[in-house]
Design a protein around this ligand. Structure first.
Ligand code: PLP
Length: 416
């Protein structure tokens, strides 16, 4: 598995390509997301193998929705966890089989529920008793039955930024345990719903499987109770959240989470249920980089700024969750005094932090581990076009999006 690496001469590589060579490619510009499709494929292979033949890896499309990435994952037997009608239409068009797709989301629009029912996906993962009634009503209106799962909020707190912890009792996500009995009863009373799964997702950037297993145990207990009533569900979905190494601590490998899930399933005597996991970040995070040009240094009494052409509109994670990304120069290993690396957006939060890159200001920098929640959160803020995307495979550029279109933004605002 590749992603970013340095050779013995200190030159940086990404996806089997020498970064300095690609920087002179005539059709590539900056800021740009570069993706290593081979690395993504290898990461998926390892997780699919660890989960075993009866399991389903449902990739959380919100992490990165590029069709080239979705195709690599689909070809490895990976399904999809989507959170909108747009993501659902996308994965269907890419050719992901409906029975490998689940949809989550706390406030699904009626049109999204209708689309999910009509497409015949594995399940609509319902997040409140009120939503049970909404989905039942839509199935009835469409004259059909809907396959549903209940997403349970197990009241498990995780050690992560508040914005990525979703399984605690004050989160908007999932059905609190206290309301679970009511939700199960409403499903059972409906003539138009088939309860096929129980799911959970406690949050992101988990370093070890323990909190994951604690939440999964709650799902197992509910599944055992259903089976005892003669109403066994088909699958148990323990969610995603497997962390990656952002340079400040190595989490356990995704395979360790999958193995912990399988061990729990065996211990709980639930081998008659299918196992589903919903990882996003761990499949793509390390295999994306945001490549930026250095505009200029700015040395003041207070700080040594390095002003780059990438900004918070391209990569929101640092501004949104105070996330730290490693930043390196492509032609030299880290050296010299740190620079405070910031973008052009008119916000103090447009700040990628302090980094040792090189003695002199380099021509370019590479923001590492930007493959997840990067491009999918990008915006046109400050009238900036979306960054270019470049897909690498076999040590070469497979294809890339057109150069960013600044006129597109201008036209859209003139029409507004
Ligand atoms: C319901 C659900 N499943 C899966 C994920 C994927 O999480 P991660 O990318 O950390 O694996 C998320 C992320 O927010 C989520 O909300």
């Amino acid at each position: 598995m590749a992603g970013f690496s340095r050779d013995s001469q200190g030159r940086a590589w990404f996806g089997g390509c020498l970064i300095t060579e690609l920087l002179s490619h005539p059709e590539l510009t900056t800021p740009a997301y570069w993706y290593d499709l081979d690395g993504i494929g290898a990461e998926a292979d390892e997780l699919v193998a660890a989960l075993g033949p009866g399991g389903l890896v449902a990739y959380a499309v919100k992490a990165n929705s590029a069709a080239s990435i979705l195709r690599v994952l689909k070809d490895r037997g990976v399904g999809a966890d989507v959170v909108s009608g747009g993501e659902l239409r996308l994965v269907l068009q890419v050719g992901v089989a409906p029975d490998r797709i689940v949809i989550s989301g706390v406030a699904k629009a009626t049109s999204e529920i209708d689309l999910a029912i009509s497409a015949g996906i594995r399940a609509i993962q319902i997040e409140s008793p009120e939503e049970v009634l909404r989905v039942a009503a839509r199935a009835q209106a469409l004259g059909t039955r809907a396959r549903v799962a209940l997403r349970i909020n197990p009241s498990v707190a995780i050690d992560a930024h508040a914005h990525v912890a979703t399984g605690h009792d004050k989160a908007k996500f999932g059905i609190p345990l206290a309301n679970a009995a009511e939700a199960f009863a409403l499903v059972d009373q409906s003539d138009s719903l088939d309860l096929v799964g129980i799911s959970t997702h406690v949050g992101s950037t988990l370093m070890t499987p323990e909190p994951y297993v604690s939440a999964a145990r709650v799902v197992c207990e509910l599944a055992i109770a259903r089976r005892a009533q003669g109403k066994a569900v088909e699958y148990l979905d323990f969610g995603g959240g497997f962390g990656i190494d952002y340079g400040r601590g190595k989490p356990e490998r995704p395979a360790a989470f999958a193995q912990a899930a399988r061990t729990l399933q065996r211990e709980q005597n639930l081998l008659d249920h299918r196992l589903v996991v919903e990882p996003g970040r761990c499949l793509v995070g390390a295999y994306g980089a945001l490549v930026c040009r250095v505009v200029q240094p700015k040395i003041t009494a207070a700080a040594r700024w390095l002003l780059i052409d990438g900004a918070m509109n391209d990569l929101l994670r640092p501004a949104l969750y105070q996330a730290h990304h490693r930043i390196e120069a492509p032609d030299t290993p880290p050296a010299g005094e740190p620079f405070r690396i910031v973008g052009p957006v008119c916000e103090s939060a447009d700040d990628f932090g302090s980094h040792v890159v090189s003695k002199q200001a380099p021509s370019h920098v590479v923001i590492r581990d930007a493959g997840a929640y990067g491009y999918t959160m990008a915006s046109n803020y400050n009238g900036r076009p979306l960054p270019q995307e470049v897909f690498l495979a076999g040590g070469a550029v497979l294809h890339h999006s057109p150069r960013p279109d600044a006129d597109g933004w201008l036209r859209s605002r003139l029409d507004a």
